[in-house]
Design a protein around this ligand. Structure first.
Ligand SMILES: Nc1nc2c(c(=O)[nH]1)N[C@H]1C(S)=C(S)[C@@H](COP(=O)(O)OP(=O)(O)OC[C@H]3O[C@@H](n4cnc5c(N)ncnc54)[C@H](O)[C@@H]3O)O[C@H]1N2
Ligand code: MOO
Length: 410
């Protein structure tokens, strides 16, 4: 079978993926998601005129002559705390203690901070006159009723959630996070924390993929290890489908005698298996399984292949389901510090370290798809095009930064 190109494979994946229907969710659950509605304020912020200082609410005309040499003395008729405002009106010729955030009594039009007074309790000596409206925060000076708080499509960050809460909104319509079930296949795999046999290795991939899914903003269910037996795999899959919008598997999709995922899913006829013209990540599978036609990505087992396949194909699908744009990570250009080689006819994704200020990228480790140590030390992928078998130092290349903050994290 001729390999399909990376772009064509991604295109057919995105053609099969729909944004999930939006519904109102608690605002904390919306962190990192795109607003699916315009939110208009039905309150003013601040909701009422209030003091910005601890001091005394006054009628400015009563204190306008106050100086240190010739202070003004006023009787104190009450104390107004934030959330404890009994005094609603200030009689002429009086002052009321007022705390930061407390509502101004009607008639008062300025606040004298404690620092300009003797802090008197029954009577207060005022040594300086405030300007008109000084230290008063007016109702609606930040947000008016009817103002657009959040525009549809805004990716919600901490400041947006703070504004929604401040305006009294407990929920906002967003597309839900896709639920991603991650299954690792391989009879050689062991759960970290347990002893290894002479022929076993730890299951790094289910952690790598679950973390990548969560970082993408999805809800990740890491099922863990499934042995290389089609029945065990199909049982695990059918157990998990109930909580999956997307299933991601690792391993068992190449040419081996025990390639369990391919063996189990091929007979269904609903999952495409084949080579994609890339390195790492050549053997891929994509399709639908179960009564609800749940999306399934069957990624190759080599850890770097699995991760790069996730970045290239699963991440854009998840972002599309969440209504986040762009679907794929942005690409930047940089100059290679070293010469690199690449297989003909395959798009190669080398691991690299990007120096954005210098505009350079340095390959990290080799091309092997088992090199998890180098993968962890890299911060970008260096893209060598299909038609290149080598690129000299100094060549300009596409680079995909991996920690660009694109994620809808939660
Ligand atoms: N005759 C051929 N052999 C292979 C080909 C090929 O075209 N012809 N392709 C190679 C390429 S490229 C890749 S990539 C791998 C993909 O193989 P599978 O997806 O079937 O994966 P496995 O055979 O199950 O495992 C491959 C490798 O990765 C290790 N692995 C698997 N799962 C995990 C995990 N959860 N955590 C850590 N490491 C894992 C596994 O032990 C193997 O070393 O096939 C090549 N072979
Ligand atoms: O394509 Mo495999 O993913 O090169 O190691």
């Amino acid at each position: 079978m001729d390999p399909i190109s990376v772009d064509a494979h991604l295109e057919r994946i995105l053609a099969a993926v729909e944004p999930l229907p939006a519904y109102p969710q608690p605002i904390m659950d919306a962190l990192g998601l795109a607003a699916a509605e315009d939110v208009v304020s039905d309150v003013a912020l601040p909701p009422f005129d209030n003091s910005s200082m601890d001091g005394y609410a006054v009628r400015r005309e009563d204190v306008v002559t106050a100086t240190e040499e010739s202070p003004v003395h006023l009787p104190v008729v009450g104390e107004i705390g934030a959330g404890n405002a009994q005094l609603l009106a200030l009689p002429p010729g009086t002052a009321a203690k007022i705390m930061t955030g407390a509502p101004m009594p009607s008639g008062a039009d300025a606040v004298v901070p404690y620092e300009w007074t003797d802090r008197g309790v029954a009577h207060v000596r005022i040594d300086a006159a405030p300007d008109e409206g000084q230290h008063v925060r007016s109702a609606g000076d930040d947000v008016s009723v009817g103002d657009l708080l959040i525009e549809r499509g805004t990716v919600l960050g901490p400041r947006h959630l703070g504004l929604l809460a401040s305006a009294g909104r407990a929920r906002i319509a967003v597309r839900p996070r896709p639920r991603v079930v991650i299954l690792s296949t391989g009879s050689e795999l062991r759960e970290p924390g347990n002893p290894l046999g002479h022929d076993s290795i730890y299951d790094g991939n289910s952690y790598l993929l679950a973390a990548a899914a969560r970082r993408a903003g999805a809800i990740a269910y890491r099922v863990g290890i499934v042995p290389d037996q089609p029945k065990a795999f199909l049982d695990a899959l059918s157990d998990q489908l109930v909580r999956a919008d997307v299933v991601v598997t690792s391993g068992g999709v190449s040419m081996g005698d025990f390639d369990v995922v391919k063996e189990a899913l091929c007979p269904l006829g609903t999952v495409w298996f084949g080579p994609v013209a890339m390195q790492p990540g050549k053997p891929q599978g994509f399709g639908r399984v179960g009564d609800d036609d749940t999306l399934i990505f069957t990624l190759p087992g080599n850890p770097v292949s699995s991760y790069i396949s996730f970045e290239m194909f699963v991440l854009p699908a998840l972002r599309t389901m969440m209504g986040l744009e762009p679907a794929s990570r942005p690409v930047v250009r940089a100059r290679l510090t070293h010469r690199v080689g690449s297989p003909a006819g395959r798009r190669q994704f080398l691991r690299g370290h990007l120096e954005p200020d210098e505009g350079t990228v340095t390959p990290v480790g080799g091309a092997g798809s088992h090199l998890v140590g180098d993968l962890a030390n890299a911060d970008c992928l260096v893209v060598v095009p299909e038609d290149a078998t080598s690129l000299d130092a100094g060549s300009s290349v596409d680079v995909i930064p991996l920690d660009s903050g694109l994620e809808g994290g939660h």
